[in-house]
Unconditional design. Structure first.
Length: 415
RNA sequence: GGGGGAAUGUCCCGAGCGGCAAAGGGGGCGGACUGUAAAUCCGCUGGCUAAGCCUUCGUAGGUUCGAGUCCUACUUCCCCCA
């Protein structure tokens, strides 16, 4: 935990990425004296990674930054099984088509954080070796090294067992495949370190053991703390709760907003984890108190957005927010929904308008929002749910601004 | 193979004498207070052409004026015995 000698561990440590390391001194020494190759696996359970994976991506980034070689391992093979760690029930099986499609979206993110030029970072898909395994051979070569007694003792499966929920044999194999991945990557690239969230500890340690037995190699594990916001525990489960990294799934403006609304207490921690700003700069920003911390949050949001969506996009989002919140003006870059001019000309019900804008899930939900005073048209609260919008409601800019609450705004644009 | 349980509002947990759009909680959303924060308080949290109508309690049938609730079969899961 104390002073690391290698740049890599020192950076990770001071920025708060480290939760557990299997052999801190050994890893520190290895990082100090040579180039280490490490990997983190990403399963393709959704068409994009979300904010929860950002911490993993940043670890790979810092690794490359400090002179080592990161591998982003795409879980095209492991996703066929589904990781049961700390899950209270089995996930629905995805089809091969879905998995491969999801991977397309996931791959895209990494080029923004890693430099894949001339093998400085690698992207490998474990489908390459897992999807064509020979069952009996695999059991004899790899399976014999695993003790079921031991696997049953891991905390990661205890939740399931304690709740008396079924843990299928399929899922039970996940940690074996993950362990095998580690060995396979070692053979292919000399990879000796696996990183991941703290929920992956058991799986990673299994890989270390397997490395000892099959290759007589010294592997290392390094885990990061789990992101703990109120919604963190169920992250990725609810459709609206996930903060996607792909602009198609979550607009850069909304992404910026997400970070802008960071709790005071999280500001320093998020700066260290999710931005590349130097530590002294972060210390200064995090020390701001009272309402001044809002300035820090804006910088935080812009920095994090810039990493994922690019600097220009991030600054545009910041500017849109500034106009909307600080000037109360109508910013042209707010998320826009197009609507046929004819429909507007003949009169469009407010409820329908809000549903089409994506600010309400149904007419009924919009109706309730009206009675709760939550909806506004051009900043004027809606009091009558039978109100119809027409061409006369267009502002000088030729749009209609719909708002739900204080923070969500959408422009309706006739075409 | 035999015996006994369980499945509830398509976010989760969970109560439910045959009259139920179904208690309660978490989460989420909105309002007040603030600083686009936290904490706190209040409201909402099946759908619709809305004083009415439609669809919901694992699946399919049945009993009944009426079924989440009773019966039968099936599915999945748990426990006990072999």
């Amino acid at each position: 935990m104390t002073a690391f000698k290698s740049d890599f561990l020192r950076v990770l440590s001071e920025r708060g990425f480290i939760h557990q390391i299997s052999d801190p001194e050994g890893l520190d020494e290895a990082c100090r004296t040579g180039q280490v190759t490490a990997y983190i696996g990403f399963d393709a359970t959704a068409p994009s990674l979300h904010a929860g994976s950002l911490i993993q991506i940043m670890m790979l980034h810092w690794m490359q930054e400090t002179g080592h070689r990161p591998i982003a391992l795409m879980g095209g093979g492991t996703t066929m099984i589904g990781d049961p760690s700390f899950k209270d029930e089995a996930r629905k099986l995805l089809t091969v088509e879905d998995i491969d499609k999801n991977l397309e979206g996931i791959k895209r993110v990494f080029s923004k954080f890693l430099d894949f030029e001339s093998g400085r970072a690698l992207m490998i898909n474990n489908a390459d070796w897992l999807r064509h395994l020979n069952y009996v051979e695999f059991l004899r070569d790899v399976g014999r090294h695993f003790s079921v007694n031991k696997m049953l003792s891991y905390d990661s499966v205890k939740l399931r067992l304690d709740r008396e929920q079924s843990l299928s044999f399929l899922e039970f194999n996940y940690m074996i495949l993950q362990g095998y991945d580690f060995v396979e990557l070692y053979r292919r690239t000399g990879c000796t370190l696996q990183m991941g969230g703290s929920d992956q500890w058991g799986n990673i340690v299994n890989g270390i053991d397997l490395g000892h037995k099959m290759e007589r190699a010294q592997f290392f594990a390094l885990t990061s703390p789990l992101l703990t916001t109120s919604s963190g525990a169920k992250m990725g489960k609810t459709a609206s709760g996930a903060v996607w990294l792909e602009p198609d799934l979550l607009s850069p403006y909304d992404y910026w907003q997400y970070w802008r609304n960071t709790e005071d207490a999280d500001v320093g921690r998020f700066f260290r984890l999710y931005t590349k700003l130097p530590m002294d700069e972060i210390a200064r920003l995090a020390a701001l108190g009272g309402s001044e911390i809002n300035e820090a949050k804006k910088i935080l949001a812009t920095e994090i957005t810039a990493l994922v969506h690019g600097r220009a996009t991030a600054e545009a989002a910041a500017e849109t927010a500034r106009k909307t919140f600080e000037e109360g003006a109508l910013a042209a870059d707010l998320p826009t929904v197009e609507i046929p001019r004819d429909r507007l000309a003949e009169g469009l019900g407010v409820l329908v308008a809000f549903v089409e804008a994506g600010l309400a899930g149904s007419n009924g939900e919009a109706r309730r929002a009206v009675s709760g005073g939550a909806l506004k048209v051009n900043d004027v609260p809606v009091s009558d749910d039978k109100l119809r919008l027409g061409l006369g409601d267009l502002t000088g800019e030729g749009v209609i601004k719909l708002s739900q609450g204080k923070k969500k705004h959408v422009l309706l644009k006739p075409v």
